[in-house]
Design a protein around this ligand. Sequence first.
Ligand code: NAI
Length: 456
Amino acid sequence: MSDTGNARTSSDWYRMLANGRIGGPLSRQLGLPRPAQLRRYRPGQSLTDGPVRLATAGTGKLADHVLTLPEVDQVVEPDARLGALVLDATGLDTLHELSVAQELLGSGIRRLRPCGRVLVLAGTPEQAGDITAAAARQALDGLIRSVAKELRDGATANLVQVSTEAAPADTDSTVRFLLSARSAYVDGQVVRVGAAGSAGGASPDTDAGAPPHAGRVVVVTGSARGIGAAIAEVFARDGATVVCLDVPAQGEALAATANRIGGLALQLDITTPDAADRLSEYVTGRLGGVDVIVHNAGITRDKLLVNMDDARWNSVLAVNLRAQLELNAALLAPETPLRTGGRIVSVASTSGIAGNRGQTNYAASKAGVIGMVRALAPRAAGQGITVNAVAPGFIETEMTAAMPFGTREAGRRINSLHQGGEPVDVAETVAWLAEPGSGGVTGQVVRVCGQSLLGA
Ligand code: NAI
């Protein structure tokens, strides 16, 4: 039986209507989009909703390793309905092999179950042996992004580019995340995996069966409510001790979130001059250090640039970008509280990729975050620390609920899944990037946007 379902009741009236007994046939007849009920993670759930078929285009270098995942089977019945189709294209170097990939994907996609997964593993174009191979590898990028736009019923397609230095096991956390229900709203993305090196490894004080963040200390800024609260909840579910941080004005909501998940509440405005010192002292004194910092706190102060005053510009840049730069500098300083194998994950936005009318301050701050992540990742690698960003698209929060009806509806529908994401979708993506097993993923910006047309 399918275990598709949403953890909380969505406010998306159209999705409910289009999946109803009367609205369903009507929306089909009128050719309107039919947003599927997405399969989201529940404890005890199987990795995929149906068997995984593994196919190879060229001489796949990862197929043997992928087969060691317990859920993957090479000899799935030809007419079985698939939970996922994995294509190992790591040996794909010619246009003939590209055509083979196209055929394998075409035939497999017909057999996908609702909310199924298409996952292609390939080499990086830059490391190809010749120009044709580089072209063929890059061609997969366009192929997969288009497949993602053609899929129906909540299915997604993503591409993982694996560097030649990566060990097969370095891909595990990414493959599992993209196959699972945890990546429900991650679609049409290209993720790079390199060698984990000193950034890899298991959680401290844990055995193989323990949840991925057991024994780790995680700080989540702006976690009194919204996406930050969902991030704190997912880390707590996955075994972490979570420090929930927010401004004193949100003290009550902050305490409620921290109590709900058995975490700690730290009232702190991250823009105050001593914020970095206070956070460092807190985590060092109380918890002996920190393993993961999630820069989630963010604000909007929208105005067209011609009407933008200093206060709006400065406050957005201060919270969304300057505070992150200063906290990172303190956390990475000598005698750093951020431990070896640590993770920095920033919450950016698709506005920082595509730009948005009335949001010059916000988009500049979020694009700045992306610049920071890319520049910091190679510098932090020496300390075994990874630095990544997630860029959410339209997420169902108090902020988006307050939008005018037309703007909200447009925001919800202009993506391949024809619906907004849930805060938990961002949270699951952050938690994957922060996993001990994700040491090979750094300097990346992963969009959690259902393949939004904005900035596509
Ligand atoms: P929200 O407004 O519900 O939550 C943000 C939290 O940050 C609040 O609890 C707030 O008190 C806290 N905060 C603000 N300034 C702070 C400061 N100086 N120090 C400490 N905490 C501070 O917002 P939401 O929707 O949950 O957004 C979370 C993050 O996701 C933000 O960075 C936002 O830019 C980003 N995002 C949200 C999207 C959406 O559709 N909701 C889309 C793309 C990005």
